[in-house]
Design a protein around this ligand. Sequence first.
Ligand SMILES: NC(=O)c1ccc[n+]([C@@H]2O[C@H](COP(=O)([O-])OP(=O)(O)OC[C@H]3O[C@@H](n4cnc5c(N)ncnc54)[C@H](O)[C@@H]3O)[C@@H](O)[C@H]2O)c1
Length: 281
Amino acid sequence: MRFTGKNAVVTGGASGIGKATALRLAEEGAQVWIGDIDEAGGREIADMSNGKIHFLRTDVMQAGDIQAIMHAVDSAGGLDVVFNNAGAGGSRDPIDKIRPDDWDRTLALLLRSVALGIRYAAPLMIARRERGGGGGAIVNTASIAALQTGAAPTAYSVAKAGVLHLTKMAAADLSRYDIRVNAVCPGFITTNIFTSALGIEGEKLAQANGAINHIAAKAQPLQRAGRAEDIAAAVAYLASADASFVTGTHITVDGGMTIGPRHSWDADVPSLFSSLEAFAG
Ligand SMILES: NC(=O)c1ccc[n+]([C@@H]2O[C@H](COP(=O)([O-])OP(=O)(O)OC[C@H]3O[C@@H](n4cnc5c(N)ncnc54)[C@H](O)[C@@H]3O)[C@@H](O)[C@H]2O)c1
């Protein structure tokens, strides 16, 4: 019960990683406000939560919406935890084809939204601290795409790399107010992010998720599909007092995907040395 008496905002909390995190924080005692454009999904979670989870329609592309949810939670008793997490795949185009508007939209959804989440949460946390309250904890969703190529399209990966540096800059700016800022880098996690862009719904969604789980189980050294709950556990740690001496950094939760090249951990993929064995005397 690390969040008893604490209030948290979770953007993108109607699905996937955000939903699992909202449930985890609520399970550990927090009052949680989900900010999402999916009204049906967000309200369903709130309705089933026995008053622990609330929904406020929030489009993170809109600065006013982000400001509004931060103020609502501050007015409800103080803002303790913010998880800037909402997102989608964005433009899939390579750098030689992407249109300026698609670049801007992807960066706005994945990077500007996080910057504005911090921008509007921090002054409220600072003001409460000046009134004698505690500091705050902000966690941002980056990705292993921030760390290496090959995990996601170009605009998405650049935005997520920006989230990691923004996390450090914000931690530097805000540590004097006892506000910690950290990030989580998920690997391949089975959520709707892969299917929603393709418009896959209903019965086909269950089938597609089965196929994703099958692929995901073999995508990294730890041979099981990554779950939204794996990320929620890391976010809960970073947001909690257990991480009170942790700021400006990130936790990678990827089943080992970023350890190194596939041949270093997959015996079925030949390395240079195993290939040369055929020539050895
Ligand atoms: N699933 C993965 O493998 C993976 C890996 C690395 C990073 N991520 C990141 O995790 C975060 C959550 O994604 P997920 O995998 O849970 O996907 P998801 O599709 O299950 O959830 C994303 C949520 O964000 C919401 N959202 C989208 N646009 C929004 C907007 N403009 N305003 C408010 N809410 C909006 C959606 O409605 C949805 O509820 C994203 O930032 C994503 O980039 C996911």
